[in-house]
Design a protein around this ligand. Structure first.
Ligand SMILES: Nc1ncnc2c1ncn2[C@@H]1O[C@H](COP(=O)(O)OP(=O)(O)O)[C@@H](O)[C@H]1O
Ligand SMILES: [Mg+2]
Length: 227
């Protein structure tokens, strides 16, 4: 079923964090989710080895350039949601994953320098659209933003992307300790200990809004299947 690919040539853009947060939130809502860890550094697999991974969330690792398409097709045949986490480079693995995506999420921190890297991801997506003669829905996700302030630069960058026909998600991944902590302690925002990590409620709200917007975008692009 729908495949959501997190892509950006920039390391540290927030791909793995946002991918795991989305997967956990979909699993919390009761959907079976398969995360394909296609980054040779295996950040999602390392998270999954810690305690607290939701039962409905499966991680497929050891995916290579040769196996990524099979991995995506296999997962899509069994799970309602497939999420692909990629490494921060341009590679054949990245190109293949994008070619199979129902939605490509391009995480980017809200600076002009990061936006330039996100624009490279957009270029690659557009090449894949031409190569496969199909539309590949995609959107920028601003990450590590402030929950308190809405910087002008971010609005400016959003406007620039939109002027080039690239939508940005309304929901941003705010800079939240909880989104870091799940990689240290394992599990989900909900399973973290409120005594150890602050701001859990805000993080949970953020995760829900993010998942709702992603599901809404999938529905829009595949009305019959995702309805
Ligand atoms: N929303 C967020 N809130 C707090 N820290 C974040 C957030 N998103 C990413 N980070 C941190 O930023 C760094 C890079 O994030 P990561 O998800 O690994 O990026 P990528 O997968 O694109 O390389 C990590 O240290 C991660 O903990
Ligand atoms: Mg990563």
């Amino acid at each position: 079923m729908p495949t959501i690919v997190f892509a950006s040539p920039k390391g540290g853009a927030g791909k793995s964090t946002s991918a795991v947060v989305l997967a956990c939130e979909l699993a919390r809502q009761g959907a079976a989710v398969t995360v394909i860890d296609a980054d040779p550094n295996r950040p999602v697999s390392a998270w999954a080895r810690r305690p607290g991974r939701p039962d409905a969330l499966e991680v497929v690792a050891d995916v290579t350039e040769e196996t990524v398409i099979d991995a995506i097709e296999g997962a899509a045949a069994r799970a309602p949601f497939v999420i692909v986490d990629l490494e921060g480079t341009a590679s054949l693995t990245v190109a293949y994953a994008i070619s199979r995506a129902d939605l490509v999420v391009i995480p980017s921190q809200g600076s002009q320098l990061d936006a330039a890297e996100a624009a490279k991801a957009v270029k690659l997506i557009r090449q894949q659209e031409r190569a496969f003669a199909r539309r590949i829905p995609h959107a920028v996700l601003f990450t590590r933003t402030s929950a308190a302030i809405r910087p002008r630069t971010l609005q400016h960058i959003r406007g620039e992307f939109e002027a080039h026909g690239v939508p940005a998600l309304q929901t941003q991944m705010q800079e939240r300790e909880a989104f870091r902590a799940i990689f240290s302690f394992g599990g989900t925002v909900e399973s973290l200990n409120a005594g150890q990590v602050s701001g859990l409620e805000g993080a949970a709200r953020n995760a829900r809004a993010f998942a709702a917007e992603v599901v809404g975008m999938l529905r829009q692009s595949r009305p019959a299947e995702a309805a």
